[in-house]
Design a binder for this molecule. Structure first.
Ligand SMILES: [Zn+2]
Ligand SMILES: [Zn+2]
Length: 661
């Protein structure tokens, strides 16, 4: 009797056997199937068709209908899912099912529309390549065998044009391109540019803000080979592509390529694996590559391609000025030279951007009389004051309440907002420059793609003379009139406990600095700091990513941090911290730990945000100088951890290559 080995979306590290019809064959592998499960029915994916089961036949239930509306998922899809499952210690069924659009996992057959055919259009005139762009395009073989390239290009150097030329070569030979981008919603112009360049092609977008039906339609177009270019966020890495010829990961350093819940995979790292499995070239592009990628280029694992000049030669890189705020009086956190620079821009009808990566009015409200502080009652964090709508809001769990007029503890009417966020800076700048049109751009002002597009139109339409914004504004936008960027509040990240903080800060400042002076107007960046001699600022002022990256990598090598060590983290959350820590201690004491001497375990500790949404959180770091040693240890350890008896409300997960602690 043939048996279907079925992947189901369950947190279990096993597949499920069902009796298959007599007519079943190996050709059914990769199809979806309805199966009884518990009292209901589920849709799973047939991973294999085998002659018999390890289970006694009377315990096997017959499978339901095999769904044949789609061709079977191909072997390379399973190969990638199996790699991700093994590497990230995630159940194979969950990996496979999360890769499919929701409509394909439902029991009712979805209604379908065909993918939209591309509108007719004129192929655009191509810009002339710089010598560096031409060299990068020439260095990559499309179509070609597996090769990983790191395209390091300063902001405005035209990395996208390099991608487009390579995509064009792929198209000419009938190959599909998978183009991954961190957040499509923040970069609608990338999608627009790809569509405009290839009007004769089908471009399928895949991201979470698409309506379910559109996402399924686009996924089908990719899977059937109808789409020539698939432009997507991290989840798109799993999309089956029968004619795949090239993978591009734009802004490869961006942390959003790492999934932070569920299956905690890195789409950038999986892009390398997928390209290797498929035997196609892969390009990672960034102005500030992740240090892991930079180290891979230095060791020769990736080929390094550099764009050191801006594509528009008149657009010189902005001058970067460091303001020593220890020596300057500040008004509402802003030094006089920055205010003067904003005034000059107003007089010249140019735009300024004040960058502060903290939204809200002030990070905390407190009572100086009794010491009351606006804590979140569910988290180890403060409630942020949002004066715009009179709310106190937790940026971690979403809890919110009305702003009290008096201290809830002592009744004092004189409670204070401490520190400043974008709303406060906006308000104060408006007082200072009453005639100026100021736009605040952060996640409170812009919640959807539509709002974001409207906001971009307003900025481009010259409706704003001063922008006050968070990192939303830092990503790849061209504002031709923007000639000044002022950076506030950068120091917090300089001395953060998180050793990745300087890397992120440098990337962010480089990105935001890249907004200044992209057209014919020269740009200026003014950074306020109390640590003007910090080497990060020296490297930034010299636009010298390599110097910064090399010094950071030396420090990491000395400290034994990634990429010179490999890590996994076991996290536990429970209503009581003692339960979480006791569980982690039990995990550390398992005999599997002693058996893998090349892996070191640290002591269980509370997480930095120790309480989130009423749960106490602890973590245990496992580390090894050898990736294979860690990878051998993890499945044995995970299986042993699963046998630890835990309190009912305790939840745990393993994360491999964690970015946050
Ligand atoms: Zn009080
Ligand atoms: Zn909270």
């Amino acid at each position: 009797m043939p048996v279907f080995r079925v992947a189901l979306d369950l947190p279990l590290h096993r597949l499920f056997d069902y009796l298959a019809p007599e007519t079943a064959s190996r050709d059914d592998a990769g199809l979806r199937v309805r199966v009884p499960f518990g009292r209901g029915e589920r849709v799973g994916v047939i991973v294999d068709v085998v002659a018999g089961s390890d289970w006694p036949p009377e315990q096997l239930k017959p499978a339901g209908e095999v769904l044949r509306d789609l061709p079977p998922l191909p072997p390379d899809f399973f190969a990638l899912c199996e790699f991700a499952s093994a590497y990230y210690q995630a159940p194979l069924g969950e990996v496979i099912l999360q890769a499919l659009p929701a409509g394909l996992k439902r029991r009712d057959s979805p209604k379908r529309r065909a993918a939209r055919p591309p509108p007719p259009g004129e192929p655009p005139r191509l810009p002339e390549l710089t010598a560096e762009q031409a060299a990068a395009v020439a260095a990559i073989d499309v179509p070609g065998a597996f090769a990983a390239s790191l395209l390091h290009g300063v902001t405005g150097s035209g990395k996208t044009e390099v991608y487009l030329r390579l995509i064009e070569r792929g198209l000419a030979t009938g190959r599909q391109t998978l183009l991954l981008t961190p957040e499509i919603n923040l970069t609608p112009q990338l999608e627009a540019r790809v569509r405009a360049r290839f009007p004769q092609c089908t471009v399928a977008a895949l991201h979470s803000e698409l309506a379910e039906a559109a996402r399924e339609r686009n996924w089908r177009a990719a899977f059937t080979g109808e789409a020539d270019i698939v432009l997507g966020t991290r989840l798109a890495i799993f999309t089956p592509l029968p004619r795949l010829g090239l993978i591009v990961v734009d802004e490869e350093h961006d942390p959003s390529f790492k999934q932070q819940d569920g299956i905690r995979y890195s789409a950038r790292d999986l892009a390398i694996v997928r390209a290797h499995q498929a035997g196609v070239p892969v390009i990672l592009g960034s102005a500030t590559p992740a240090l892991e990628s930079w180290a891979n280029a230095a060791s020769g694992r990736y080929r390094l391609l550099q764009l050191t000049e801006r594509a528009n030669r008149q657009a010189a890189l902005p001058a970067i000025r460091i303001l020593d705020t220890r020596r300057l009086p500040l008004r509402e956190g802003i030094a006089a030279p920055l205010l003067a620079a904003i005034s000059e821009r107003l007089a010249r009808r140019e735009q300024s951007l004040v960058f502060l990566n903290r939204r809200g009015y002030a990070p905390v409200l407190a009572c100086p009389a009794c010491g009351w502080v606006s804590h979140c009652r569910r988290c180890a964090a403060n409630l942020v004051l949002h004066l715009a709508d009179q709310r106190l809001r937790c940026h971690h769990c979403g809890f919110e309440q009305r702003v009290a007029k008096t201290c809830p503890t002592c009744g004092n009417q004189d409670i204070h907002a401490y520190g400043r966020g974008t709303q406060r800076v906006e308000e104060w700048l408006q007082d200072e420059f009453p005639a100026a049109r100021i736009l605040r751009v952060d996640r409170d002002a812009v919640k959807s793609r539509k709002q974001w597009e409207t906001m971009l139109d307003r900025i481009h339409g010259g409706e704003a003379e001063i922008l006050v914004g968070t990192q939303m504004l830092a990503k790849g936008h061209d504002f031709p009139l923007l000639t000044l960027v002022g950076v506030l509040g950068a120091d917090a990240a300089l001395h953060a406990a998180d050793w990745r903080a300087p890397e992120r800060l440098f990337a962010q400042l480089m990105q935001v600095a890249g907004r200044a002076g992209r057209a014919e107007l020269k740009g200026e960046v003014i950074i306020q700091t109390q640590f003007p001699d910090h080497p990060l600022f020296a490297a930034l002022a010299a636009h010298d990513y390599a110097a910064f990256a090399d010094s950071q990598l030396r420090e990491r090598q000395q400290a034994g941090f990634p990429p010179y060590a490999f890590q996994a983290i076991l996290r536990a959350e429970a209503p009581q911290m003692t339960d979480a820590i006791t569980f982690l201690q039990a995990a550390a004491a398992l005999p599997e730990v002693a058996r893998h001497g090349a892996v070191q375990l640290y002591d269980p500790v509370p997480m930095r945000l120790a309480r989130l949404a009423n749960l106490e959180r602890g973590q245990l770091l496992a580390e090894s100088a050898s990736r294979p040693a860690l990878q051998t240890f993890l499945p044995a350890w995970r299986a042993a951890i699963e046998s630890i008896k835990t309190p009912a409300k305790l939840r745990w997960h393993l994360e491999v290559d964690p970015l946050e602690f």
